[in-house]
Design a protein around this ligand. Structure first.
Ligand SMILES: Nc1nc2c(c(=O)[nH]1)N=C([C@H](O)[C@H](O)COP(=O)(O)OP(=O)(O)OP(=O)(O)O)CN2
Ligand SMILES: [Zn+2]
Length: 147
């Protein structure tokens, strides 16, 4: 790729409410108690080239991610529904894997990152591996040459 050529990034932010408790923390840590957050989950997509009329991906086509959040995480205790400890880091990774499996194959952009916030002052981000490295790991061909 030409190092002087940039690429496009877009993001869409979703919100949901959920509770969690974190284990493995020092005695008395406030987050060991069951408590709730108004979460935000931001999906970042990237593309070298735009598709008509000038999109990385139509924001409308990302609505399915909001449906997943609403049906599976909203107003839930995250410890009951996630296969991992419900830290922001683990949640960002989990959401990235869900997006890569369920949404990315149907949209033109590729996932760059998922950023999760529990509070207005913090976030955790999972940076997705490139499409090329994912395909190499699966030993798949890359006929489009897309990164
Ligand atoms: N690296 C991480 N650290 C912490 C996480 C996490 O997911 N990743 N999570 C928590 C707790 O969930 C806690 O509820 C959030 O802590 P904090 O940011 O301190 O939240 P407050 O609203 O209490 O923050 P203040 O800004 O200090 O009011 C803890 N750590
Ligand atoms: Zn918390």
């Amino acid at each position: 790729m030409d190092p002087l050529t940039g690429h496009h990034r877009i993001a869409k932010r979703f919100t949901f409410e959920a509770a969690h408790r974190l284990s493995g923390l020092p005695d008395g840590h406030k987050c060991a108690r069951l408590h709730g957050h108004s979460y935000t989950a931001e999906i970042v997509l990237t593309a070298d080239d735009l598709v008509p009329p000038g999109f990385v991906t139509d924001f409308v086509d990302l609505a399915v991610f909001g449906v997943y959040l609403n049906e599976h995480l909203n107003h839930r205790i995250l410890n009951d529904v996630l296969p991992v400890s419900p830290t922001s880091e683990n949640l960002a990774h989990h959401l990235a894997e869900w997006f890569i499996e369920n949404v990315e194959p149907r949209v033109p952009g590729r996932l760059a990152a998922v950023r999760v916030s529990e509070t207005a002052s913090s976030w955790a981000e999972y940076v997705a591996p490139s499409r090329r490295s994912r395909e190499a790991a699966l030993d798949l061909p890359n006929p489009t040459g897309r990164q």
